[in-house]
Design a protein around this ligand. Structure first.
Ligand SMILES: [Zn+2]
Length: 380
C-alpha cells in the first residue's frame, strides 16, 4: 500500500516540523540531519486484511497538541553505566533493539560489559512490509516466513555495527502480532496459538532458541527464564508494559513475569538484577516530554488499563555521544527492509539521549501480576 505509506510519511514529516518548532528537544533532533535510510517497525497486521491498528500506533507518537517540555535536567536522573555490566536486551521485533536501547548497548560494551539481545518475534507479521518487499497482494505463509528470515539477518547486521556477533543474539521465534493473545487466551500449552501469518503454532526458523516449543504464555515465560538463567544479567532492559503496541506491552509483561518468578524462587543472582523499561509506541514519544506526565499515571499495561504498580516509575536519561548516535544510525540503516514504510517515524528516535524507566524491586514483583489480573482470562 505505497500510497498509504506515503501519506503516513508525509503526515509524520509535517508533525515533525511542527514539533521541531515547538520543542527544544525536537530542535535538538533537527541537528541530526542527513540521516541515511532508517529501518522500520513491524506493526500487527492480519493476513488477508488491512492493518488498521498500524495507523493508530503511528499517530500515537505524533503530538496532536503542544506539550509542555521539561528540560532534561528535570527528568529525574542521568543513567550511569558501571563497568562490566551484563546487559540483557529484549526486543519485540527486529529494530526495537536499536530504537529503544542502541545507545545503551554501545555504552555497556564501551565500559567493558557484555550485551545479549533477545528478539521475541522475527517481525514476520508485517503485512504491508511483506506486500511491499515481495510485490505481492496476498502473501502466503511461506512469504511471511521468508520475510521473517530476512529480518533476522538484518537484525544480526544491525548489532554487528556495535561489535556484537551471532552468539550474542537469541531469536525466540514467537508470533509477530500474537504476543498479547498469549496472555489473553493462549496461556496454557494445551491451547497453543497459531499465527495467522506463518500458519504455524511453533517456530519454523532454524536458528530459534528452542524450536520445538509451542506458542503459549506459559512456554514463553519458561523460554525467557531459560535465557536469564544462562546469561545471569545484571541489567534487564525491556519494553515498558504501558507501551501502546500490544506486542511491546506484552513483551514487557512476559519479561517481568519471568524475572518475578526467578526472584520469588530465591534464585541468585536475580535478587540483584535491575530492570529498565523503554518506550517506542506512546503518544508524543519521543518528540516531546509530555509523555512523561501521562505515562506515570496509574496504568498496568497497554493503552486501556488502569493499574497501579508502575505508577511513579523513575525515568532516567542516558546522554548519547556522537559516536553512539552514529552507531544507532548505522544499525537502523541495516534494517533495510523497513526503510520504505516507516522511515520518518524511526528517525524520531535518532536523538542524543535515550530514556529508561528504572523499576523498583516491588514494581518487578507486582506489575506482571497486575497485568495478568487484567488481561489473562480464566482457563486461558
Ligand atoms: Zn516493535
Amino acid at each position: 500500500m505505497p500510497r498509504l505509506n506515503a501519506l503516513i510519511a508525509a503526515c509524520l514529516a509535517v508533525a515533525f516540523v511542527i514539533a521541531a518548532a515547538a520543542s527544544p528537544i525536537a530542535a535538538q533532533m533537527t541537528a541530526v540531519t542527513g540521516m541515511s535510510e532508517a529501518g522500520s517497525h513491524p506493526v500487527t497486521g492480519i493476513a488477508g486484511t488491512p492493518a488498521p491498528l498500524r495507523l493508530a500506533f503511528l499517530n500515537d507518537n505524533v503530538p496532536t497538541r503542544r506539550h509542555i517540555d521539561l528540560p532534561l535536567s528535570e527528568s529525574d536522573a542521568t543513567l550511569r553505566v558501571p563497568s562490566q555490566v551484563r546487559l540483557l536486551l529484549f526486543s519485540p521485533h527486529p529494530d526495537d533493539e536499536t530504537l529503544g536501547a542502541g545507545g545503551l548497548a554501545q555504552r555497556v560494551l564501551k565500559r567493558g560489559g557484555s550485551v545479549r539481545v533477545v528478539w521475541m518475534t522475527n517481525g514476520d507479521g508485517f503485512l504491508d512490509g511483506v506486500r511491499s518487499e515481495f510485490e505481492i497482494a496476498e502473501p502466503t505463509d511461506h512469504d511471511f516466513i521468508k520475510y521473517g528470515t530476512m529480518r533476522q539477518a538484518e537484525a544480526l547486521k544491525a548489532i554487528s555495527e556495535w561489535g556484537l556477533e551471532e552468539g550474542d543474539a537469541i531469536f525466540l521465534g514467537f508470533p509477530d502480532g500474537g504476543l498479547h493473545p498469549l496472555w489473553e487466551a493462549h496461556w496454557s500449552v494445551s491451547k497453543p496459538y497459531t499465527s495467522p501469518h506463518t500458519r504455524r503454532n511453533r517456530s519454523t526458523y532454524p536458528n530459534t532458541y528452542t524450536r520445538a516449543v509451542q506458542y503459549s504464555g506459559a512456554t514463553l515465560v519458561e523460554q525467557i527464564m531459560g535465557v536469564m538463567r544462562e546469561y545471569s544479567p545484571d541489567w534487564v532492559v525491556l519494553p515498558d508494559p504501558r507501551d501502546h503496541h500490544p506486542d511491546h506491552s506484552a513483551t514487557g509483561a512476559f519479561v517481568l513475569e519471568a524475572l518475578r518468578k526467578l526472584r520469588a524462587s530465591g534464585e541468585r543472582p536475580f535478587s540483584e538484577t535491575q530492570a529498565f523499561t523503554y518506550l517506542v509506541h506512546y503518544p508524543a514519544y519521543p518528540i516531546s516530554q509530555g509523555w512523561m506526565t501521562s505515562v506515570n499515571r496509574p496504568s498496568a499495561g497497554g493503552a486501556l488499563s488502569h493499574g497501579q504498580a508502575l505508577n511513579g516509575t523513575q525515568w532516567v536519561t542516558l546522554p548519547i555521544d556522537s559516536d553512539e548516535l552514529e552507531g544507532k544510525r548505522r544499525a537502523l540503516a541495516r534494517h533495510d527492509s523497513q526503510a520504505e514504510p516507516l522511515g520518518p517515524f524511526l528517525k524520531l528516535f535518532m536523538m542524543h539521549y535515550e530514556m529508561f524507566g528504572r523499576l523498583r524491586p516491588s514494581q518487578i514483583m507486582e506489575a506482571p501480576l497486575e497485568f495478568a489480573a487484567r488481561y489473562r482470562k480464566p482457563n486461558s
